[in-house]
Design a binder for this molecule. Sequence first.
Ligand code: 13P
Length: 248
Amino acid sequence: MRKPIIAGNWKMNKTPEEAKNLVTELGPLVKDAKCEVVVCVPFVDLVETKKALRGTKIKLGAQNVHWAEYGAFTGEISATMLKELKVDYVIIGHSERRQYFGETDQTVNAKIKAALSKDLKVIVCVGETLEQYEAEETITVVSKQTIEAFKDISKDELKKIVIAYEPIWAIGTGKTASPTDAEETISVIRKTIKRLYNTAASEAIRIQYGGSMNPKNASELMAMPSIDGGLIGGASLNAQDFAKVVNY
Ligand code: 13P
């Protein structure tokens, strides 16, 4: 049985003070959650958020990491730095990073390896653009992204990775993939993992859906057998809304 995992991706929102307030409100609201709960916050919020999360079961996540251990990479953050702040998870390969910051399947793979080498857990994102969706290329696109992301990752390391399927046309648009469409694509991702590893690995890996998931549609999406959680953008910026998704 896979334990569902619901993660908030705050993106570039909330100052440290606002972060503290949000998680302080969130803690009691999700104390009986049956799923794993994560908040992925901006780098500058990590310290305050970690402090405010004390005594809760909520895990802490970052939204990016560099592939190198250290060095002349102005403005970047390493896995060692995140580990020292007791970060649990890091999102890698979000479509916004691929779209605006030139991330490729190759850098995504390198970043996953860097994170795993410092014992961070990973949420790796895959998903198709609207154009690819309309051209019925979804399966080809997400299969390729998955294969490239997992290059030279061992079966053992796979246990530390969660996949988030986020159709780009559903992100921040209020348009959600229908539960059956999301289920179908996620099943294909799972089959890809089966081909790359084996049946046991494909049955164990958790795959989230992301893209306009909110208190209204969460239970319907979570009811699908292959959907093991959500990566929540907009609805994670408000404690009440995020708690409703978590307590779907
Ligand atoms: P929204 O929930 O705002 O659509 O964002 C989804 C997302 O990109 C989470 O990573």
